[in-house]
Design a protein around this ligand. Sequence first.
Ligand code: ADP
Length: 477
Amino acid sequence: MLRRTKTWWSGAFVACISVLIAVGVRVALEPFGHFYYLPMVAAVMVTALLARRLSVILAITLSIIANEVMVQRQGALDATVNAILFAVVAWAIAEVCRRLGGALRTARALTRDLAMREMLLETILTSVPIVTLDREGRTQRVTPAAAALLGVRREEAATLPFHTLVPGFDEAALESARQGGEVLAPSPGFWAVWRPNACPVPLTIHANVLPDDIWPEHIVLALAEQSQSEAMRQRERDLTEKLNSVWRLNSMGEMAATLAHEMNQPLTAAAVYLHAGQAALAKTGSPADEATRALDLAKAQLLRAGEIIRRMRELLSTGSRSFTEERASQMIQDLDPVFTLIGRDTDVTIDIQADGDDDHVLADRIQLQQALTNLVKNAVDAAIGQENGRVSVAGRSLGAEGYEIAVEDNGRGIPTDQRDSIFHPMISTKAGGMGLGLSVTRSIVESHGGALTVGRSSLGGAAFTFRLPHSQELDAA
Ligand code: ADP
């Protein structure tokens, strides 16, 4: 409709036919009066709508000729004035018609474009689970995929408040959706829909806010079944677990030689004391004080050796995580022999100060001790070569806020611009360092609900700090 002719001759054809019809109309109207140029104006308008300017000029010229032939004027002046007047008015009308035609054509193209976009959008929306809400959180639109995911009929869903479709989506969640981004489920847990006669389906909800209030829809919620993202997280956990065990094997392998040497001393001492005790007993025939003491010392040394072996075996055991209620100060104190091992053959002094009041935390003891061991090992490495090399391991109870542990040293410290990168795996400044310790340590701390931070220590070097939640805090969550 209203397509403009492309060639000059088709334009000329339109002009001729239009003027011919106008002349016919004018002849037909003759008995009713003189209409002069009036029917010709219509011919010019049609030509302007369907053809180019040249054809319009042709239509005007033909109209003037036809009019001159059909109407006997008073004189040449009258005829010329009428012809000029007609030409000016007809040209002006033709221009308006041309613009109108152009506008109509643009509007048609836009309508077609919009219709196509809408079709495309509809096709996409059909397969994507999306729900829109108004400002007050009332459900406005539910796509077929969202209805299927929520286990309801579309018409039914659009009449229900969203929190009846996804339990727990309360005012706080709505407020969070108004900010955009992922809408987190109340902790602990996940969004879930309860389809009739089926297991709950875990969901993630991502919100987008429409920029203005033209439509009642204000918030667009994209729903996704969590199984896929959950599977990815599981894979991430598995990889971290594997990384953990690689790290354990590596660092424990390094320590194995030192450990064997260290164990040798108490075992040898025990053997000597026992031997002396036995000799004394043999001489007197009855247990003398000296003999009793020697036997006691032997016993203590043997126990210590057993303790060291036990702890090492625990650290080497599988990375499976089991949270139990632990006393944080005890966990730190128990590492004393391990720290002694780490500081052995160095001039570094390791101080332990662990506040024993209200220090109950939920923790995987083995993993946390592994994290602490790593921090202390790094701190000792950093303090080596410093005058009065010092490392401090301090535990501080924060009451209901949990328990804070800080490992500090008087080494060279960590430049501000490296405080992020040192946590990345495989970043190490040590010859032969694997660069895994801090990344594993951070993931252990995070799996306990804490965050490992690094800063400057009052001792002069680095300070690594993290907080373990109080066991009651986790119980209540
Ligand atoms: P690795 O000990 O194998 O190098 P880590 O991940 O434990 O791996 O440490 C990464 C890097 O972080 C170290 O190479 C070191 O440069 C830096 N770093 C860690 N702890 C300290 C510290 N206490 N003082 C200074 N630098 C440290």
